[in-house]
Design a protein around this ligand. Sequence first.
Ligand code: GRF
Length: 216
Amino acid sequence: MSNSPVRLGVLISGSGSNLQAIIDNCETGIIPAQVAVVISSRGDAYGLERAKNHKVPAIHIAREEFLDDAAYNHAILEKLQEYGVELVIMAGYMRLLGKEILDAYHNRVMNIHPALLPSFAGAHGIKDALDYGVKVTGVTVHFANEVYDEGPIILQEAVPIQEGDTEDTLAERIHALEHVIYPKAIKLYCEGKLKIEGKKVRITVSDTEHFIDQQI
Ligand code: GRF
């Protein structure tokens, strides 16, 4: 890999707290990358403001403006390419990514999920784990493929469910962990330390680097 920062394209639909953690880790030089563009499927996503606050190009691309999903995904792909994006980061992006993007960015699209995949895939990972009554849930960072929440797993960490947890209290701990492990996974990628072998992702070094301290 070259020494210039890896250009990230972050796809969002909402608050963008993971985007914020990624921007912070890029700005401090902890991740050797820069957020080249943020694309949101929603115009009111707070993540767009976060991007602007850091002078990162922030673009809303509305599905309604396109005839079909293929045209919509094509428009996103064009923007990613226009901004020279090398790694696509899905951070709370609430749509399935089109095949065209996945092909163009084969093994270069990451997603984060608020549960221990393959358990509790789908849009309500935190609530589903709580409702099921599991004692441990967690966070998964994985490469995205054409099946929702199914691609090769990069990192996972557990979050014990506590007596009396509500969706809010559990979500708070899950999100705090997300903000640590997503930057960590991106850093590993940018340093060329991830090797995909079929469904498995091999990490070629021990994880001894420092990340922005977060209370988990
Ligand atoms: C996170 O919980 C992430 O796991 C899920 O969507 C949420 C996005 O939150 N995919 P934010 O927009 O980064 O705050």
